[in-house]
Design a protein around this ligand. Structure first.
Ligand SMILES: Nc1ncnc2c1ncn2[C@@H]1O[C@H](COP(=O)(O)OP(=O)(O)OP(=O)(O)O)[C@@H](O)[C@H]1O
Ligand SMILES: [Mg+2]
Length: 267
């Protein structure tokens, strides 16, 4: 069964449609990049997934359940959302209680909550900051707090809007590791991003929106290697892939690591 499925979804904020019959299907354990030009409707689509918006027509199913008529809090157990800007999301007085909010909503026992919260904080590397006020942390760590909070909801689907924005290389690597471990736990990951280097590193499948529809749905590697197609869709090819192509490196590398390996093999 798919973890996330959109069937012929139409949506507009006013009379102009933003999404015009979007269909997609994501299985548990898949990590999917949601791509496309500015203003194409990526954030809109993610809000439909977590029931912050409802389709004009068509269906959204999360964990097999239709979101129609449901409020975001009803969907929260199935789909967690990491906002683009952590400050849109943070509200608690400590990192710990921010992350504990989801488990508490689910009425888990204090012991279970403690285990889940510690695990989530450990996964994002913030276990030492449990008692700190989220706003006393730098922006990059505030982002990690919201990721930990989403993980603590133990969702079937994790939706992230620009998860690497404002993070340094180490932070991006950490997010990539987190997403990888979540997919190993069979979570479906849908990440909106403009960062194709991150896509190449961390997200195996790419869905590109153009003019309200799905214009590409396939391996992110193929997309990243097809510079002409990628540019047509308004995407910027990551430097490592562009470098690999310019040097004609064997094995068509797209990740930094692969470029390094290809260069080593050349000598
Ligand atoms: N609350 C709103 N009310 C009216 N129009 C909106 C609203 N939010 C977004 N829009 C419009 O809907 C379209 C899709 O916006 P959306 O934010 O989903 O795009 P996006 O792909 O996430 O863009 P970006 O890459 O800039 O984040 C845009 O034309 C935008 O101006
Ligand atoms: Mg957006």
């Amino acid at each position: 069964m798919s973890a996330l499925r959109l069937e012929e979804v139409w949506f507009g904020y006013d009379d102009t449609p933003v999404l015009k019959g979007v269909a997609l299907d994501v299985a548990g354990g898949e990590a999917v990049a949601l791509l496309g030009r500015n203003g194409v409707g990526k954030t809109t689509l993610t809000k439909l997934v977590v029931a912050l918006l409802q389709p004009r027509s068509g269906l959204v199913r999360v964990g097999g359940r239709i979101t129609e008529g449901k409020a975001p809090e009803d969907v929260a157990r199935l789909a967690a959302y990491v906002f683009q800007h952590p400050d849109q999301q943070l509200f608690a007085r400590t990192v710990w209680s921010e992350v504990a909010f989801g488990p508490r909503q689910q009425e888990l026992s204090p012991d279970e909550t403690r285990v889940i919260v510690s695990e989530a904080l450990e996964r994002v590397g913030l276990e030492a900051y449990a008692e700190v006020h989220p706003y006393d942390l730098p922006a990059a760590q505030r982002k990690l707090v919201t990721i930990a909070a989403a993980m603590a909801q133990r969702p079937r689907v994790l939706v992230l809007d620009e998860p690497t924005q404002g993070l340094d290389r180490a932070g991006v690597g950490r997010v990539a590791d987190i997403l990888r471990s979540l997919t190993q736990d069979d979570v479906a990951v849908l990440a909106v991003t403009h960062d194709l280097a991150f896509v190449a590193e961390a997200l195996g499948r790419a869905i590109v929106l153009a003019d309200g529809r799905v214009a590409y749905d396939g391996p992110s590697r193929e997309l990243v290697l097809d510079a002409v197609r990628a540019r047509e869709l308004g995407l910027e090819v990551p430097p490592a892939a562009a470098l690999g192509a310019a040097l004609g490196l064997p094995g068509r590398p797209v990740k930094v690591r692969e470029v390094v390996d290809a260069l080593r093999g050349e000598r």
